[in-house]
Design a binder for this molecule. Structure first.
Ligand code: NI
Length: 485
């Protein structure tokens, strides 16, 4: 499903993109076909300076599940504005079109991102949105571009030479799609900016047009994408489009078209470097857990924990971790435990086993690549566990960790309230849920640490709550409590 390639120090992440137009592919399933011209090589975000990740959530209202994340670039405020507008628009539309309460499974909105290009001159951001509205995921992609030369952010059709460029590309795409069979509705393939809202280049310089699920044919087709050959598309490109094409081709020359052997050696299990320094059989212990990061406030949180000599468990998202592996190394070095919260925060109970294995496995690899240790703990997004999640977890050798004290910090962005809930809920063995993507949560931390220490608690990582008894892969843990609060 996932491939990571290292070419002479330049890493590109090839995401799991399905073969196009294959009638057997379901929208659920991704198939990696390395030779497929519609595959896009994404840029390794850890090699991009001045990049941060932002997250929009809705808090837990018992209704919708929302996790929208997108990148932010120090050097491109206009792109940031366009990207955050797009993220907010998606969230707004989703909230408007869904009711709160009473729906099972809960409606879900998820957005993650990848970089088609990222240099000083040009940036391409691919936003992938998944919506779950009762039965299935519907996935769509939008790719936004930024050109430093004009200091403009633009939608994908900006890569093309005006209307005539768009018409030319639409015609070429239609000709290709028609050949794929009668399932394709050629009347849907028109020269509309909305239809061609996700354009990028592959390593050969071909223009790859990606369509949303169900957009040009039945949903059973899964991902439909078309690669328009480089030579045919060249006369249809705008100046920015030509620069983007050149850039992607140049990068591909450094990374030749050879599939290298990736050395997979299992790293040792992740542990806190200070594990064992507290015996939770003789001392009262609580485990603070921070989810959904790393984010813009994580470094400050680490400073606060260090000052208080406290340890925590970080359930990190693979997508965020891939953009900032250095902060994971810092967590690990300072005695915290780095753990897995999936790649992009989709509810695992709404995914097939192969997708669960993919999202958790990719994150295991990303974290192991950063800290040299493989996580032993997974926190399932939204706390959602079913038999498939447990089976995959067992196979991966990870325990599932939920919580028994919820500070509701995504809903109530109020440091005083968050601290109060953490402290009042605390008991020997408590697992306390917090999120380091919220500034207000990090603001609450000094108070939480002071008051818990005042009550005699040691702040430890999750496995330390269980001591020598240990934790079993595939089991679900919500608290290390021997006695109720
Ligand atoms: Ni989460």
């Amino acid at each position: 499903m996932r491939k990571r390639r290292f070419f002479g120090g330049i890493a590109t992440l090839a995401f799991s993109l399905a073969a196009c137009g294959v009638a057997t592919a379901s929208p659920e399933r991704d198939v990696t076909v390395p030779a497929d011209p519609t595959m896009i090589d994404f840029v390794d975000p850890s090699k991009v300076g001045g990049l941060a990740t932002r997250t929009l959530t809705e808090g837990d209202s018992g209704g919708r599940q929302v996790h929208v994340s997108y990148p932010e670039f120090d050097a491109a405020p206009k792109l940031n504005e366009a990207v955050s507008k797009e993220a907010e628009r998606r969230l707004h539309d989703f909230v408007r079109s869904t009711r709160v309460g009473g729906l099972e499974p809960r409606p879900e909105l998820n957005m993650d991102w990848a970089l088609d290009a990222a240099t000083d001159d040009l940036i391409g951001v691919r936003l992938r949105t998944g919506e779950f509205l009762g039965a299935n995921w519907g996935n769509s992609t939008t790719t936004l571009w930024y050109d430093k030369q004009s200091d403009q952010a633009f939608t994908s059709p900006g890569l093309l030479d005006g209307d005539s460029g768009l018409h030319g590309v639409a015609e070429l795409v239609k000709n290709q799609l028609v050949k794929r069979g009668p399932e394709i509705d050629q009347n849907e393939v028109t020269a509309s900016a909305n239809l061609f809202d996700s354009l990028a280049f592959n390593r050969a310089g071909d223009l790859v047009a990606e369509f949303d699920d169900c957009q040009v044919g039945p949903c059973s087709l899964g991902r439909v994408a078309v690669a328009v050959p480089a030579r045919q598309v060249e006369p249809l490109l705008s100046p920015a489009g030509r620069r983007a094409q050149d850039l992607v081709r140049e990068t591909a020359m450094v990374a030749p078209l050879v599939t290298p052997k990736v050395m997979v050696s299992r790293s040792p299990d992740a542990v806190s470097q200070n594990a064992g320094s507290v015996d939770c059989k003789v001392r009262k212990c609580v485990a603070l857990t921070f989810d959904d990061g790393p984010g813009p406030y994580t470094a400050r949180l680490l400073d606060l924990l260090q000052q208080a000599d406290a340890r925590a468990t970080f359930f990190t998202l693979g997508a965020n971790a891939s953009a900032d592996p250095a902060i994971l190394r810092r967590m690990s070095k300072e005695g915290h435990l780095v753990a897995n919260h999936s790649w992009a925060h989709r509810d695992l109970a709404k995914l097939s086993s192969s997708k669960i294995a993919d999202t958790l496995g990719r994150t295991q690899d990303t974290i192991a690549g950063a800290i040299g240790q493989t996580p032993t703990l997974v926190r399932p997004p939204y706390g959602a566990v079913n038999i498939d999640v447990r089976t995959v977890a067992r196979r991966l050798g990870v325990s599932l960790v939920n919580w028994d004290v919820d500070t509701l910090d995504l809903r109530d962005r109020d440091p005083r309230l968050v601290a109060q809930r953490a402290v009042r809920g605390a008991h020997d063995g408590a697992i306390i849920l917090l999120h380091d993507i919220e500034r207000t949560t990090v603001d609450a931390v000094p108070d939480i640490l002071n008051r818990l220490k005042g009550k005699g608690y040691a702040l430890v990582t999750v496995p330390e709550l269980y001591g020598a008894a240990g934790m079993r892969p595939g089991n679900v843990y919500t608290s290390g409590a021997v006695s109720a609060p």
